[in-house]
Write a protein that binds this ligand. Structure first.
Ligand SMILES: N[C@@H](CCC(=O)N[C@@H](CS)C(=O)NCC(=O)O)C(=O)O
Length: 204
C-alpha cells in the first residue's frame, strides 16, 4: 500500500492528500512531528535528506516534492480520475501555471503565513513580508484576468493547478492581500470540491 510521510498542518502534504482523495487511492499515513523536529533527525533524514514532508513510499520507491508525487500518482494509476491533461498544449499550459503557482504565490505566501502562524511578531521580517504581499497582489491581478471567463484553470475542469493552490488559498487570509472578484469565485469553487473539503477539514 502507498504510504505518505506527512504532517496534519502541512500545506504541501495537503496537496498530495487532496490528489489521493480525488483519485480515490488508499494510503497509510506516517505523521512526522515537525514541531518536535523529527524531520531533521535520523531516521527521517534517510527518507528525505532535505528534511521536508511530504514523501511518498510505494514499496521500495521513495519520492519527495509534492508536485513530483502528484505526477507519479497520475502516471502510476492511469485508470483513476485524471488530474493532468493528455493534450500536449493543455499540459504545457498546466505546467506554466504550476510553476507560477510556486514562485508567484506559494513561496511568498508561505513566508507570510508561516511567520504569522508560528513565529512571534517581534521576530517577523516586516519589510520582506510587505514586499511578498505586493508580489502576491500582482499575481492575483494577472490570474484574475485569466479567470474572468473560466470556472477552472485548464480545460475548465478541476485539476492539477487547483490541487496545487487549494491548501494555500485556504490560508489566504494570513497573507494580507486584496482578493479580486474572479479569483474569489474560483477560490470558492476550489475549496468546495469534495476532495479539498474532506482533506482540509481534517487539519487542526
Ligand atoms: N517543495 C516542497 C516543499 C515541502 C515543504 O516545504 N514542506 C514543509 C511543510 S509544509 C516542511 O517539511 N518543512 C519542514 C522544515 O523545513 O523543517 C514540496 O513541494 O513538497
Amino acid at each position: 500500500m502507498l504510504e505518505l510521510y506527512c504532517h496534519p498542518n502541512s500545506t504541501y502534504s495537503h496537496r498530495v492528500q487532496i490528489a489521493l482523495a480525488y483519485k480515490k487511492l488508499e494510503y497509510s499515513v506516517n505523521h512526522i512531528a515537525l514541531e518536535k523536529l523529527e524531520n531533521r533527525k535520523k531516521p527521517y533524514l534517510s527518507v528525505n535528506p532535505y528534511a521536508k514532508v511530504p514523501v511518498l513510499k510505494d514499496e521500495d520507491f521513495i519520492l519527495s516534492e509534492s508536485t513530483a508525487i502528484m505526477r507519479y500518482l497520475e502516471e502510476k494509476f492511469p485508470e483513476s480520475q485524471k488530474l493532468i491533461p493528455t493534450d500536449l498544449r493543455f499540459r504545457a499550459k498546466m505546467n506554466q501555471f504550476a510553476n507560477q503557482c510556486e514562485t508567484e504565490f506559494c513561496f511568498p505566501g508561505s513566508f507570510i503565513y508561516f511567520a504569522k502562524r508560528f513565529i512571534k511578531e517581534e521576530k517577523w521580517d516586516p519589510v520582506r513580508m510587505k514586499e511578498y504581499a505586493k508580489k502576491i497582489d500582482r499575481h492575483l491581478e494577472i490570474f484574475d484576468l485569466y479567470l474572468s471567463d473560466k470556472e477552472f484553470v485548464i480545460q475548465n475542469e478541476f485539476g492539477f493547478v487547483e490541487v496545487m493552490y487549494a491548501p494555500f488559498i485556504y490560508n489566504i487570509s494570513y497573507m494580507n492581500v486584496e482578493i479580486p472578484p474572479y479569483f474569489k469565485l474560483w477560490m470558492e469553487r476550489v475549496l468546495s470540491h469534495p476532495a479539498v473539503k474532506s482533506t482540509l477539514m481534517k487539519q487542526s
